[in-house]
Design a protein around this ligand. Structure first.
Ligand code: AMP
Length: 283
């Protein structure tokens, strides 16, 4: 099992990408913050189905964490990540340093409107600027043909699509389905923070959202169904519910019944914030 090539510098990344391009190979990128799990690895598999070579970036991006958030305790486990990437046959791991990504004097922030409004932004107002800035940098550094993002972070996927469209970034953005554990809990690096008791409660998240998405598809009133979902989450043991909202799948505008819908939610268990989402489908 060969380890992926590991590069820290943009120059080394570009040199490798140039070599692959010279050989006529296509490239797909999977941006991550590391602490990899089966959700990330599923994106690597999609990448390798869609392109000849897969670049995975591992970078815990300070720009998307607010001062009170978990930047310092965010799990970092590069050696294990590289083993998982080797198993998945990813070709290159790009592991830039914070100093390389944001050198002294760095002064640009990309702000995406449209799908970034509301939902996460109501609770993490600087989050998507941080995401858009780092994703734009990563895509310009690696210049992949395609980049794969998880539906797990559904609003982020919509924001990245908008970013690439608006800035004419020549990258195909591909969304990949959420990978869940056998209880239906969406895999997340932050699940590692959960105690056994919290984990049991967390497993109710997907169940309540799925039931609510089905009720909405069956014609339930939106305000009534989402309020009932919030109450059900509180009853299940969630400490605080940030939002449960139905939105239009493509634009994230408020959901109208004649459009494809997505139910999105964020809730807290102790100090851990979980997000999840479900398609609202009439089938
Ligand atoms: P992160 O490392 O959390 O920034 O995530 C990196 C990428 O992996 C993002 O595109 C996420 O949406 C995606 N991802 C995270 N968890 C999952 C999951 N359970 N299923 C599918 N994709 C995921």
């Amino acid at each position: 099992m060969s380890q992926p090539i590991v590069v820290e510098s943009v120059a080394a990344l570009r040199a490798q990408v140039r070599d692959w391009r010279r050989d006529g190979l296509s490239i797909a990128m999977v941006p991550t913050m590391g602490a990899l799990h089966e959700g990330h690895i599923s994106l690597v598999r999609v990448a390798l189905e869609k392109a000849d070579r897969c670049v995975v970036s591992i970078f815990v991006n300070p720009a998307q964490f607010a001062p009170a958030e978990d930047l310092d305790k965010y799990p970092r486990q590069l050696a294990r990540d590289l083993d998982l990437l080797a198993e998945a046959k990813a070709n290159l791991a790009f592991t830039p340093t914070v100093g390389d990504m944001y050198p002294a004097g760095f002064a640009t922030r990309i702000s995406v409107g449209g799908p970034s409004s509301g939902l996460e932004s109501d609770f993490r107002p600087t989050f998507f600027d941080g995401v858009a800035t780092v994703v734009a940098k990563l895509l310009l550094q690696a210049t992949p043909d395609r980049a794969i993002f998880g539906e797990k972070d559904y609003q982020q996927l919509c924001v990245v699509r908008q970013l690439c469209r608006d800035l004419d970034l020549p990258v195909d953005i591909i969304g990949a389905p959420t990978v869940r554990d056998r209880h239906g809990l969406a895999m997340s690096s932050r699940n590692a923070y959960l105690s056994e008791t919290e984990l049991k409660i967390a497993r109710q998240f997907n169940v309540i959202l799925r039931e609510t998405a089905v009720a909405l598809a069956d014609g339930a009133d939106q305000a009534v169904a989402t309020a009932a979902a919030s109450r059900a989450l509180a009853t299940a043991g969630f400490d605080k519910i940030d939002y449960v909202e139905a939105r239009e799948s493509l634009t994230l505008a408020p959901w109208r019944r004649d459009r494809d819908g997505r139910l999105l939610a964020a809730a807290w268990l102790g100090k851990t914030r979980l997000i999840d989402n479900m398609e609202i489908s009439s089938t």
